[in-house]
Design a protein around this ligand. Structure first.
Ligand code: HAM
Length: 420
């Protein structure tokens, strides 16, 4: 038997209502803040991610699903959503349109990682990107959106961790300090960190190797190197979050795993569901558009991992809506009444009432059993006498009471008795 690829998952019909609930909550929350959905391709030119996400990141150096297409072009399944949206922002001339440009997306993303609970090779993100606003209010609004989204999902044990990684000017000084600090330890650090030391020393802070973590704990903190402008920006973000009643903790070791960030970075974390505790991450990225060869446009955004959110909701026992069942099952006793059941089902569906009738040639008893299992609220039985009377015998499955309802009145009856 051909099996599902490692690190991927099916979402079965019995579980899909949970996904739909999270997706609906995501859309509703984003739209409350006047963000509009953007849809970009699942694959892009590889070059976009090398330049956009950064060629010193684990994502680009180790994790991308890259292949040559039949025209010998190198393409990559998107490992995240930001670079594709940035490409679209540029290509569609959005900098010349209404700003800020506020966009959200629900996407599959692909990273060749070692799979474990909450870490997949195909996973799904809800993300938002806001272009054109350098103001700290844009950072605060984006974070507030994420906070409201998580609250609406009923999550109570998720904490917001906040940091600032400064701008290219203050970061240059910080990188020097980091180099000075790490230089004597380089021989004991992993080959990746040795490469990071040259290209992007701040990336060392994010190393997961035990050998390197011994040194990162005591490393200089970016917060101590912020220039006056970055410091003032960060203070204002914190003040606005306080005004919005969004609680946060400062975590100076958040540097994020992608290269495009500047100033505010944040993660929503929890220990409710094992090792993969970051359910949402993001920050400001004022130099990405410039890095892609355009005039700079300030930007801020985040992405939340859907699989992780669902895991944490499960672990926290967050209330989940029930899957919606059919309203009415139409059971026919013989040929003529089955045909009537089919006709009535067509009429009910046209009026927006979810219903089913038998497709398996089952006995009435077996049809009842199926209707019960499928969670139908009503069963409308049709036999010879019902055909003569022009009315179904309608059984309310919750109360077991039955009554006759004329064919012509069935839709109205079901609508006013909990059909929708
Ligand atoms: P990221 O931190 O790489 O950021 O991913 C965001 C979220 O996606 C993570 O917090 C996590 O919940 C989820 N995630 C990442 N990798 C996996 C995986 N292998 N399996 C399951 N879930 C995963 C970004 O992707 C940035 N584009 C976020 C952003 C948007 N920054 C600014 N705008």
């Amino acid at each position: 038997m051909i099996q599902i690829p490692k690190g991927t998952k099916d979402v079965l019909p019995s579980q899909v209502h949970k996904w739909q609930f999270v997706e609906k909550t995501a859309r509703e929350t984003a739209e409350l803040f006047a963000f509009r959905e953007i849809r970009t391709p699942v694959f892009e030119h590889t070059e976009l991610f090398a330049r956009g996400v950064g060629d010193t990141t684990d994502i680009v150096t180790k994790e991308m699903y890259t292949f040559l297409d039949k025209g010998n072009r190198s393409v990559t399944l998107k490992p995240e959503g930001t670079a594709g949206v940035a490409r679209s922002f540029i290509e569609n001339g959005m900098a010349g349109g209404v700003l800020p440009a506020k966009m959200y997306y629900l996407i599959p993303a692909f990273r060749y990682e070692r799979p474990q609970a909450g870490r997949l090779r195909e996973f799904h993100q809800f993300g938002v990107e806001l272009y054109g606003a350098a103001d700290p209010a844009a950072d605060a609004e984006t974070i507030t959106l994420a906070d409201l989204f998580l609250k609406k999902l009923g999550l109570k044990q998720v904490r917001l961790e906040l940091n600032s990684i400064g701008c290219k000017h203050c970061r240059a000084k910080y990188n020097e300090a980091l180099k000075e600090y790490f230089r004597p330890h380089l021989a004991e650090m992993c080959p990746d960190c040795n490469a990071r030391f040259e290209k992007n020393p701040m990336r060392i802070i994010d190393c997961k190797e035990e050998g390197c973590r011994r040194f990162t704990a005591g490393a200089p903190r970016m917060l101590d190197y912020l220039c006056d402008d970055c410091k003032a920006h960060f203070e204002e973000v914190k003040a606005l979050l306080a005004r919005a009643g969004v609680a946060y903790e400062i975590n100076p070791s958040i540097v994020r795993g992608l290269d495009y960030y500047s100033r505010t970075v944040f993660e929503f974390v929890t220990s409710a569901a094992g090792a993969q505790g970051t359910v949402c991450g993001g920050g400001r990225y004022d130099s990405l558009i410039e890095q892609m060869g355009e005039k700079p446009v300030p930007a801020v955004g985040f992405a939340a991992g859907m699989e992780r959110l669902l895991m944490v909701m499960e672990a926290e026992g967050a209330p989940m809506p029930e899957p919606s069942g059919t309203v009415c099952y139409l059971a026919g006793m013989d040929g003529a009444s089955r045909a009537k059941a089919f006709e009535l089902a067509t009429m009910l569906r046209a009026k927006g009432i979810a219903c089913e009738c038998d497709l398996m040639g089952r006995s009435v008893k077996a049809q009842f059993k199926y209707a019960d299992k499928s969670g139908a609220k009503f069963v409308a039985v049709i036999g010879g006498s019902e055909l003569e009377e022009g009315a179904v015998s309608l059984k309310n499955m919750a109360t077991s009471s039955s009554e006759k309802v004329a064919f012509a009145d069935l839709a109205d009856y079901l609508s006013s008795n909990g059909a929708n």
